[in-house]
Design a protein around this ligand. Structure first.
Ligand code: ADP
Ligand code: DAR
Length: 344
């Protein structure tokens, strides 16, 4: 790994490039955390992938302190969250003021709400060893084997999963894609597929990814727009799992994650929604999603393009807002999008 100041291409617009000064680089260049994660590893993804939006990953909780000269301004820039701010959690679905925004299923194909979690006492994905990843897998599998009722289900390790099953689960939006180049350069794909897998209940409305970008991605999803039911199921599952697994949590930054974009709630609440009229008025659609702090993705996950007027619409705010506010953001924005679609 080259330890000279990185060369950024003229069309690189990452927050890494924006905030990495020569002074910060010289100060942090030789820093290594207790789990052996180096500053150069932390910035590697943004150097290799010049089209990164952020470009940095944490290898453990200590990364957020030891590399603070760089991480803190990136977090402030991305989340609008300063060192004077403190994150608060609010996980109670009864506080959510929502109803199904599309009871006749004219627009919303499906609703999915996920949170990322990592295990207190372990490094994060970019610095975890093969052995630690297997310990994490064992801990998570033991925790989900205690789930009862509608949350009970089966764990499927990626190792040994046949290609056809894996492809179908990805195509059906249940399983993560094999780590992309951003995760690869961050060291998150090391030893793939060892220690990775997916748990899901019988009807695939509750799923849990093990050792992808975060150590747990806890997911609730179902067809249609019953946002409150999806959120309630997720919160029940999270509190059940937390009875046997300590989650990595920071008083100021909330739930700690490998990518700073997921800090705080680590929540993405999304709908797959068909908006054919707004699809040809993309500027107007963007005005509405910006107003409600929403993000637009394609329906095959991050970095995918929208398909035939169907979009993945989700909350853009994760840190400095509560879980209830994340879901409320998404709901309020979806109501506005459907209203405008009907007007058109
Ligand atoms: P993240 O887990 O960070 O939300 P992605 O955006 O890559 O990651 O989405 C992961 C998977 O979840 C993809 O297969 C995507 O199609 C699926 N997905 C996301 N939102 C929904 C939704 N509302 N309904 C159905 N599938 C969804
Ligand atoms: N691709 C990286 C991370 C962006 C946020 N998405 C995550 N964490 N999956 C980038 O810097 O663009």
């Amino acid at each position: 790994m080259d330890n000279s100041f990185p060369v950024f291409e003229s069309d690189c617009h990452s927050l890494l490039r924006r905030h990495l000064t020569r002074d910060i680089f010289d100060t942090l260049r030789d820093c290594i955390t207790g789990s052996g994660y180096t500053f150069l590893q932390a910035i590697q993804s943004g150097i290799v992938n010049q089209d990164s939006s952020i470009g940095v990953y944490a290898g453990d909780a200590e990364s957020y302190q030891l590399f603070s000269e760089l991480f803190t301004p990136i977090i402030a820039d991305y989340h609008g969250f300063s060192t004077a701010d403190t994150h608060l959690s609010h996980l109670d679905p009864s506080a959510l003021k929502v109803q199904n925004p599309d009871p006749e299923n004219r627009y919303i194909l499906s609703t999915r709400i996920r949170v990322g979690r990592n295990i207190d006492g372990m490094p994060l994905g970019p610095a975890v060893s093969r052995y630690q990843r297997r310990v994490i897998e064992e801990q998570v599998v033991a925790a989900v084997s205690n789930l009862t009722g509608k949350l009970s289900g089966t764990y499927f390790p990626l190792s040994g999963m046949d290609e056809e099953t894996q492809h179908r689960l990805i195509e059906d939006h249940f399983l993560f894609k094999e780590g992309d180049r951003f995760l690869d350069a961050a060291g998150l794909n090391r030893d793939w597929p060892d220690g990775r897998g997916i748990f899901h209940n019988t009807d695939k409305t509750f799923l849990l990814w093990v050792n992808e970008e975060d150590q747990l991605r806890i997911i609730s999803m179902q067809p249609g727009g019953d946002i409150k039911t999806v959120f309630s199921r997720l919160m029940t599952a999270v509190s059940e799992i937390e009875k046997s697994i300590p989650f990595l949590y920071d008083q100021r930054l909330g739930y700690l994650t490998s990518c700073p974009t997921n800090l705080g709630t680590a929540m993405r609440a999304s709908v797959h929604i068909r908006l054919p009229k707004l699809a040809v008025k993309r500027t107007e659609m963007k005005q509405i999603t910006d107003t409600y702090h929403l993000q637009i993705r394609g329906i095959h996950g991050e970095h995918s393009e929208d398909e035939s007027g169907i979009y993945d619409i989700s909350n853009g705010r994760r840190l400095g807002v509560t879980e209830v506010e994340c879901v409320q953001d998404m709901y309020d924005g979806v109501v506005a999008l459907i209203k405008r679609e009907e007007e058109l």
